[in-house]
Design a protein around this ligand. Structure first.
Ligand SMILES: [Zn+2]
Ligand SMILES: [Zn+2]
Length: 355
């Protein structure tokens, strides 16, 4: 059995201090992190990364290091997975990503320890015309708001004492047993929310929570040209959090369909039913435009059903470029008469003879 040299793997000497070993380990772990490898090198990186962690899990533990130095077996074989670490199954790269995200390699806090409140997501239904030309809405949003009495710090009298859980650091070290050994991570102190101090007397209104459920009035400017399913972000429109900032509010815009117009990009389409006679002889017909103003369009003699007329610049304003607009397309639908009067029948019969 070939014994792996953990010192060699970590690029350190047998006489090096644990501090030096730790430094070297961090450097190597970052270098060989599988997320940094291209697809062709992923396997190799994962192998190395595993090896590095295996070596470090032994050398970082004084007890194990001593045993290892004295040549006692138990460390030379197998992967950390087979040593009863309590870990079963799972995809290796998932575990690594998880470790990385949790800040084991130097970053201060993990993602979910952020100091912003939760983002909120609401649907907002607007009329077709409001989407075309823009609109301002005032909304009332149910959310966590900062307590008015303490302004969000949970204190009754603004007297604070050092947090006894983290000693005022705002962060605590947590050691976690992983397939690669013991890894310690720094997480935000949950007692003081990372502030390092706690209120001597809790705010009477919010009982120290800093926040209350309430309503927030938000004015939202919906830009001209917005389309169905697009999302608007209102900064700090989300939930408040004690000793932090408000999250964001995301408004998913739903546009009610129009009776006449159908949108495609920044163009609108409409059907224009005309009579058989109008199609045959030509006509001037008033039609509706998006701006509700009626304009006259000319139907040429002999227009066929399905012909499309284009009204340039009568479409929907481009989002954030309101001076540019799409076009309005008019789809001509020639109505074939279904019920004819006696005299109409006669006339059509005359026509048929002429054909
Ligand atoms: Zn309060
Ligand atoms: Zn604390």
């Amino acid at each position: 059995m070939v014994k792996k040299d953990y010192y060699e793997i970590l690029g350190v000497k047998k006489t090096d201090s644990s501090e030096t070993i730790k430094k070297s380990y961090k450097k190597l772990a970052l270098k060989y992190h599988p997320d940094k490898a291209g697809d062709d090198k992923k396997k190799k990186y994962e192998e190395s990364f595993k090896e590095i962690n295996e070596a470090y899990s032994t050398l970082s533990d004084p007890e194990k290091r001593k045993k290892y130095d004295s040549g006692e077996s138990g460390f030379s074989q197998g992967s950390p997975f087979s040593q009863g670490s309590g870990f079963e199954g799972g995809d290796l790269s998932d575990i690594l990503r998880d470790l990385f995200r949790n800040g084991s390699f130097g970053s201060q806090f993990s993602d979910d320890d952020s100091t912003s409140g939760q983002d909120l997501r609401y649907q907002l239904e607007i009329e077709f015309g409001e989407a075309v030309f823009g609109v301002e809405k005032e909304l009332s949003i149910n959310k966590d708001i900062f307590c008015e009495s303490c302004k969000g710090d949970g204190s009754e009298d603004k007297k604070f004492e050092k947090c006894d859980k983290c000693g005022g650091h705002g962060a605590v070290k947590m050691s976690q047993r992983t397939p690669f050994g013991l890894i310690s991570r720094t997480i935000r102190c949950d007692k003081c929310d990372g502030v390092g101090k706690t209120a001597e007397n809790k705010c009477k209104r919010c009982h120290g929570a800093g926040i209350l459920s309430g309503k927030d009035k938000v004015k939202v400017k919906i830009p001209a040209g917005i389309d169905d399913s697009q999302t608007l972000r209102v900064r700090h429109g989300g939930n408040a959090i004690k000793n932090g900032a408000e999250g964001d509010l995301f408004l998913v815009i739903r546009v009610r369909p129009h009776k006449i117009f159908k949108r495609e990009g920044f163009d609108v389409y409409m059907d224009l039913p005309i009579s058989f006679a109008q199609a045959a002889l030509g006509a001037d017909i008033s039609i509706l435009t998006l701006s509700s103003e009626e304009i006259k369009i000319k139907i040429d003699k002999g227009t066929e059903s399905g012909s499309i007329l284009r009204l340039k610049g009568r479409g929907i304003p481009y989002l954030n470029h309101p001076n540019r607009r799409g076009d309005q397309f008019v789809n001509i639908v020639v109505k074939t008469p279904k019920k004819l009067s006696k005299s109409q029948v006669k006339l059509f019969e005359e026509l048929a003879k002429l054909d």
